[in-house]
Ligand binder design. Structure first.
Ligand code: NAG
Ligand code: NAG
Ligand code: NAG
Ligand code: NAG
Ligand code: NAG
Ligand code: NAG
Ligand code: NAG
Ligand code: NAG
Ligand code: NAG
Ligand code: NAG
Ligand code: NAG
Length: 489
């Protein structure tokens, strides 16, 4: 998740959309039909969340983007059932927008901004290329068959046009939730496809039984050539949100569940159009992320947006991450900063083709748990499964980042002896997960990327509290997660 100077502008666009929606308000369908049999109740840090469930006189069903947009904006407590697949790019007239449509829809007919083109934009960032165009102007010759002067002007505008057309996509694919909302899939066919749910300064939300597929950013900005990109749009993004429970969902790159490869654009750009699946920041608090499947994505759960948010995060950012199946999630399962994180009873399955440690990381899988600045992390009852070239390697279970402050160290408490579940990798005992973590810290200290003492392994000051289920062993956890995680069939 990133958010940016253009936020005020986005809010303005969003407000205009809302006004437009209010202008021709649809009749939302009240719903009293059969509901899915969802057995879990909120627990952990979001244990107080009720969503919209307390208001039995506000229950709706939505089947398309316009209905969803209207329902999430209702200013009172409500339950919204999602029927089938809702496409985030579905325009008010029913058409599914492509990237070019967002460009064409921006501004008025004939607007100069329609001259935006993603490939031209990438060329415009290439100083060598631009200097060739300038040379053609100096030589008074066409460039690549075009008027070089006009082309240079067009190149000069691309960087300014990009955020303007991006705001059009954002207004279409972004759905802002309001307080006291339950958003629930009617059955296992329910999906939000290409939708960014954003929870900004909202309280008391349930998101349940949904497939959640984030939008692909049509207009991401490159950070470094060829493969580092600044793409927008999480499947679910929390900014200063509280009491949020996400349960029985499936978060993934596309409906099929397969990983989406980057787009290749000359001369070798690998365009990554995805941001996170579940990113939380800016003083968010009291979140439970439970019984979800997180599959085939590269940067999945970012919990803590970075140093600039430290003042708003410290003392908040309490997360329970329980009973999830991370299957092919390449990193950030989660990445954690400035808060308290209970990582309990999850299954981690990865294809590990990278050699141990982080020297040579060409394959997709990077790491599971990122222990970053001042995080307080409790780890227990998790199960690890790996296949690929290095099925037994434990060096990617943890990584360490931003570990520099001796006076405010990150703290990690690992419970791995009965009554807690002794950890396993592929069913074989991991002798000591504590030692795996200690080795990870040593590796980062030795390579100069962390300061000794800035990550402390201790359970002092952590509370060992009641969990929804006590497990016998890894197999018990695995069977529980296999049967409880994901949408309810
Ligand atoms: C949400 O519910 C709380 C009580 O649970 C209430 O105080 C608050 O006004 C509600 N907010 C909205 C927008 O309905
Ligand atoms: C419950 O829903 C009704 C709409 O049916 C709404 O008017 C009322 O304000 C809601 N109550 C609460 C407490 O949000
Ligand atoms: C869900 O959508 C299907 C197909 O559009 C429709 O036939 C059905 O009536 C809808 N169900 C509800 C509860 O609205
Ligand atoms: C739907 O709206 C879009 C955007 O305004 C427009 O480009 C498209 O032609 C419309 N399609 C139909 C079938 O009206
Ligand atoms: C920049 O442009 C030059 C000249 O066209 C080209 O050789 C080079 O590959 C381009 N580099 C990138 C990163 O696009
Ligand atoms: C190229 O475009 C510029 C600006 O529109 C114009 O002044 C110039 O005459 C054009 N050159 C040619 C060769 O057409
Ligand atoms: C939603 O809840 C938050 C936190 O309780 C509160 O600050 C905010 O004013 C509420 N928003 C509305 C529109 O009632
Ligand atoms: C989070 O939960 C704790 C404990 O129930 C409560 O004290 C705190 O006010 C909650 N924070 C928010 C932002 O709701
Ligand atoms: C995990 O992902 C793989 C590859 O996408 C898939 O074949 C397998 O069925 C998944 N396992 C579970 C339990 O969902
Ligand atoms: C992984 O561990 C298993 C069981 O201990 C062993 O049979 C296998 O040879 C190991 N594989 C590799 C690549 O080290
Ligand atoms: C860690 O967080 C503190 C704020 O508490 C900040 O001053 C510091 O720069 C951060 N360190 C890193 C490496 O990000």
């Amino acid at each position: 998740m990133r958010h940016a100077p253009e936020d005020t502008f986005d809010t303005m666009i969003y407000t205009l959309l809302l006004l437009a929606a209010a202008g021709n308000a649809l009749a939302l369908t009240e719903y009293s039909g059969p509901v899915p049999k969802l057995s879990h109740m909120p627990f952990g840090f979001a244990g107080q969340a009720t969503g919209g469930s307390t208001n039995v006189s506000a229950v709706y069903v939505v089947s398309n983007a316009a209905e969803l947009r209207e329902a999430v904006a209702l200013p009172y407590a409500k339950t919204i059932y999602v029927n089938g697949t809702i496409q985030g790019n579905q325009l008010p007239n029913g058409t599914l927008a492509k990237c070019q449509d967002y460009i064409d829809m921006t501004g008025s007919p004939g607007s100069a901004v329609h001259g935006f083109n993603f490939e031209t934009y990438l060329l415009s960032l290439n100083a060598t290329y631009v200097s060739l165009v300038e040379q053609a102007i100096a030589d008074n010759v066409p460039f690549d068959g075009r008027n070089a002067t006009e082309y240079r002007t067009l190149l000069g505008h691309q960087n300014g046009y990009r955020p303007v057309v991006a705001a059009t996509q954002k207004a279409q694919v972004g759905f802002k939730l309001t307080n006291n909302t339950s958003l629930v899939g009617l059955d296992a066919n329910a999906a939000l496809n290409g939708i960014n749910l954003y929870l900004s300064s909202v309280n008391n939300i349930w998101i349940r039984n949904l497939k959640l597929v984030p939008p692909q950013d049509c207009f991401p900005a490159p950070e470094t050539f060829p493969s580092s990109w600044n793409a927008l749009y999480d499947a679910v993004g929390l900014v200063t949100a509280s009491n949020v429970w996400v349960d029985n969902c499936e978060l993934q790159d596309q409906l099929s569940g397969e990983y989406v490869e980057p787009d290749i654009i000359e001369p070798g750009w690998q365009v990554d159009r995805f941001d996170g699946l579940f990113d939380c920041e800016d003083g968010t608090d009291n979140v439970t992320f439970s019984h979800n499947i997180v599959r085939n994505h590269h940067k999945s759960l970012l919990l803590g947006g970075g140093t600039k948010e430290a003042d708003r995060d410290l003392g908040k950012m309490h997360f329970t991450i329980f009973g999830n199946y991370f299957n092919g999630s390449a990193s950030r399962n989660p990445l954690m900063r400035f808060g308290s994180f209970d990582i309990f009873s999850n299954v981690y399955k990865a294809r590990n083709d990278n050699p141990p440690r982080f020297g040579d990381a060409n394959a997709v899988f990077q790491y599971h748990l990122g222990i970053y600045n001042q995080s307080r992390v409790q780890v227990q009852d998790n199960v690890f499964l790996q296949y690929g070239a290095f099925p037994n390697d434990t060096s990617r279970i943890f990584t360490v980042g931003e570990a520099a402050l001796l006076d405010r160290p990150a703290r990690v408490c690992i419970r791995e002896t009965p009554p807690h579940v002794p950890p396993t990798m592929n069913g074989v005992a991991i002798a000591s997960l504590h030692q795996v973590m200690a080795d990870t810290v040593d590796f980062f200290v030795d390579s100069g990327k962390a300061v000794e003492g800035a990550v402390v392994l201790t359970c002092d000051g952590f509370q060992d509290y009641e969990v929804p289920k006590v497990f016998e062993d890894s197999e018990d956890v695995l069977q529980y997660v296999l049967s409880e995680a994901g949408q309810v069939r």
